[in-house]
Design a protein around this ligand. Structure first.
Ligand code: F6R
Length: 222
């Protein structure tokens, strides 16, 4: 469903800036998008992408994006953007990334996953709702959810993430949630009120959000 949603945006636009997420949840969407782009033989020269985040001192999300998205789907390399977790000056890199988004004219459709603790991007609980791209210290909850991807010594404890304010400026947002572990955060989001301790609740402030959630993630909704 998510792939059809994104694909119709790609098909119907002359130019589109997609904000993209990594993680387990969007993998099925990327697989289907790759199938569609082959079936329709669609040129993707009008697609630009900006990723939500990258670990500091790692290229894990660069590798993920090339393997699962850019190479199989066929998005021109120079039109893809991911924060540089190896930048010598991380503060400067955050500013550069904000400027990249501005120069692209902003994000047309931002795809988000959701953390067990309600994070969006790597904006952990308590992050200011007006924050811009910044360096974060990951919480224990996020570190343990992602521990399976790293050896213990090599797991990065910091990341660069688009800020909540940056994400909110996207014209449209598509949030994907899968599995029972996300049910609590999804329930908080659907309560409709804002809570800085559950960052995803800020989406109640955005005029154009679509949520696609599986049965597990919906299980605590009335
Ligand atoms: C990934 C990102 C994160 C994930 C979230 C859910 O770029 O920004 O917010 O979307 O941690 O991850 P999964 O899908 O692995 O459960």
């Amino acid at each position: 469903m998510a792939a059809e949603y994104v694909f119709s945006k790609i098909k119907n636009a002359d130019r589109v800036v997609l904000g993209l997420a990594t993680g387990r949840t969007p993998l099925g969407m990327y697989r289907h998008l790759s199938k569609y782009s082959k079936e329709y033989k669609l040129s993707l020269s009008h697609v630009h992408t900006v990723n939500l985040d990258e670990y500091v001192g790692s290229k894990a999300y660069h590798a993920y994006m090339h393997q699962n998205v850019f190479d199989p789907i066929g998005i021109p390399n120079h039109q893809t953007h991911i924060p540089d977790g190896y930048a010598v000056d991380l503060e400067k890199e955050c500013m550069r990334y904000e400027a990249v988004i501005q120069q692209l004219g902003g994000i047309d459709l931002q795809v988000l996953g959701i953390g067990e603790n309600g994070h969006i991007g790597f904006n952990e609980p308590g992050t200011d709702f007006s924050s811009r791209t910044h360096v974060v210290e990951l919480t224990e909850s996020t570190l343990s959810a992602n521990a399976k991807y790293f050896t213990r010594e090599k797991q990065p404890r910091k990341a660069i993430t688009m800020g909540i304010g940056t994400i909110l400026e996207s014209k449209e947002i598509l949030l994907l949630a899968a599995g029972l572990k996300k049910a609590h955060a999804v329930r908080e989001l659907f309560k409709g009120s804002l809570n800085e301790n559950i960052p995803a609740t800020v989406l109640n402030h955005h005029p154009n959000v679509t949520v696609i959630a599986d049965r597990g993630a919906r299980s605590l909704l009335e």
